[in-house]
Design a protein around this ligand. Structure first.
Ligand code: 48H
Length: 262
């Protein structure tokens, strides 16, 4: 029995990693923006993998607003909640409340059911780049416990046509790309103090391509462009995830058309 259990895990686990060593879109971070993007890209037929360093998903949804079990979302994001079948109830002035556990579960289920693969316990620590001028062409990842141990092990690759930084406040992927490939011409400015309404609007407006092959969604957008933070309201994260999916889908379709035209 034991050898069968072990072999089942090794065979299927390694097949999964082999299969996802090359994808259309690699999303880093399984928070609200990353999971939303994963669903809308996967349902368009793209091969999508989400790399999450924790052994759970949801990012900042669980702790929500100072750990109270309620998430606030504004009216504009309700169509996304309906897509994911997340229930909501009115609070005040166009604001609605959602149960954080339900939001986490249904965003993840929506992404998985659409065909996205979520890989847990995976820390992304670098990008692959190509060309002059450079373009981001994938990422490097290592198991989180190995990374946390401080013992050096070389990471493995995942090649991707597009990489989305959905890592939250620190914009970790854009930050490492900026530092190590300055020719990308990107600067991470760091987020500003709170101004909720403006932040929610700007984060969606600035969502999209940061450099060739590299995109930002969610709080990573605020970090890259020096936008204000919004505090514990999550509609902008969902809208940003949907927006980045639209931008990436349009760019990949355009690149595919260009590759076939002679
Ligand atoms: C693998 C990584 C890595 C890495 C991080 O923080 P998140 O919830 O991100 P968003 O942008 O989808 O949502 C932000 C929201 O939760 C929030 O914090 C808000 C609205 N704040 C407003 C305010 O004013 O404070 O999720 C990011 C995820 C997490 O699960 C991380 O563990 C993961 O990304 N992650 N995964 N490799 N290098 N870095």
């Amino acid at each position: 029995m034991e050898s069968k259990i072990g072999r089942a895990i090794i065979k299927s686990g390694l097949e999964t990693l082999y299969n996802y060593s090359e994808v259309d879109v690699a999303i880093v971070g399984a928070g609200p923006s990353g999971l939303t993007a994963a669903r809308y890209l996967a349902e368009r037929g793209f091969k999508v993998a989400v790399f999450e360093r924790r052994f759970s998903f949801g990012g900042g949804i669980g702790p929500g607003g100072n750990m109270l079990p309620s998430i606030v979302v504004q009216e504009e994001a309700l169509p996304i909640l309906r897509d994911f079948k997340v229930r909501y109830s009115p609070a005040t002035d166009g604001l609605y409340v959602v149960d954080p556990a339900e939001l986490i579960a249904k965003l993840a289920a929506g992404a998985i059911d659409a065909g996205a693969k979520i890989l847990l316990g995976v820390h992304v620590d670098d990008v692959i780049f190509r060309g002059d001028p450079p373009r981001v062409a994938g990422l490097l990842w290592i198991w989180t416990p190995v990374q946390m141990s401080g013992m050096h092990a070389d990471p493995l690759y995942t090649v991707a046509r597009a990489v989305i930084d959905a890592t939250g406040h620190d914009a970790e992927v854009v930050s490492v790309a900026t530092r190590k490939v300055p020719e990308l011409g990107v600067q991470v400015r760091g987020e500003k103090s709170a101004w909720s309404e403006t932040a929610e609007k700007l984060v969606v407006e600035h969502t999209g391509r940061v450099a060739p092959g590299l995109y930002a969604a969610g709080m990573a957008v605020a970090a890259v462009y020096g936008l204000p933070r919004m505090g514990p309201i999550f509609g902008g994260m969902l809208l940003s995830g949907k927006r980045v999916a639209e931008v990436v889908a349009a760019d990949l379709a355009q690149e595919a058309r260009a590759a076939y035209s002679v």
